[in-house]
Design a protein around this ligand. Structure first.
Ligand code: HEM
Ligand code: HEM
Length: 161
């Protein structure tokens, strides 16, 4: 994988854009659950929140695919030097898992909805739980870099390089 001086403007916009859209998906999930329960019972499955949940989720899927293509083509900056090899490995594994979840979560949501499958719905929910934990770790790591290591890592996701 190629290494660059920094993330591009598009990579940074996609990182924060997807973060914001994930928030919208999260805050619309109650309406989606209600609509899903109704649909499984063969009832009318309306509600604006449910529509927002599906449309925003599909937008995330498309943007995440674009982000992965960019990442494969352009690469990413190397991790700051001097970090413990195990922590560097943890960062790489977490980033990889976050990319995978950005695809698997909306894909499983669509499969649950289109296939009216309660089981796939469970998978969708479990994957979201995993994302929640990993994003929590990711944010703690970012704060650790910002306030303890003070190595300017956060700047890399703010200013294109
Ligand atoms: C990255 C995008 C998405 C996120 C972050 C997300 C997140 C969530 C969350 C947090 C829940 C509730 C989980 C719970 O209560 O434990 C949920 C439920 C659900 N979502 Fe999504 N979702 C996304 C995309 C989609 C898409 C694209 C669709 C369909 C087109 C979809 C369909 C559903 C369905 C059917 C449920 C109800 C599942 C059930 O009750 O078993 N989601 N989603
Ligand atoms: C407040 C929330 C967040 C903060 C403060 C944050 C911060 C950062 C920072 C500073 C980097 C750069 C790491 C480096 O230069 O090596 C980064 C990379 C990354 N972030 Fe976040 N992030 C947040 C939310 C998210 C969310 C919600 C996701 C996924 C859904 C995500 C996925 C990623 C991925 C996959 C990378 C690796 C990019 C690459 O090297 O290809 N982040 N984040």
């Amino acid at each position: 994988m190629s290494e660059t001086q920094g993330y591009s403007r598009a990579q940074i916009a996609l990182h924060w854009g997807i973060f914001a859209l994930m928030g919208v998906s999260f805050f619309s999930h109650e309406g989606m659950k209600e609509a899903f329960r109704a649909a499984l019972k063969g009832e009318e499955a309306g509600g604006a929140a449910a529509v927002v949940h599906r449309l925003v989720g599909i937008a995330i899927l498309i943007l995440a695919l674009a982000r992965i293509v960019l990442r494969l083509r352009r690469g990413a900056p190397a991790l700051p030097p001097g970090g413990h090899p195990l922590l560097s490995l943890a960062a790489k594994v977490t980033h990889l898992a976050l990319y995978a979840l950005m695809i698997a979560i909306p894909a499983s949501g669509m499969a649950a909805w289109l296939g009216a499958s309660r089981d796939i719905g469970e998978v969708h929910e479990t994957l979201f739980g995993l994302l929640f934990v990993l994003v929590g770790l990711h944010v703690v790591a970012a704060l650790f870099h910002q306030f303890v290591l003070k190595d300017g890592l956060m700047q890399r996701m703010k200013r294109p390089g």
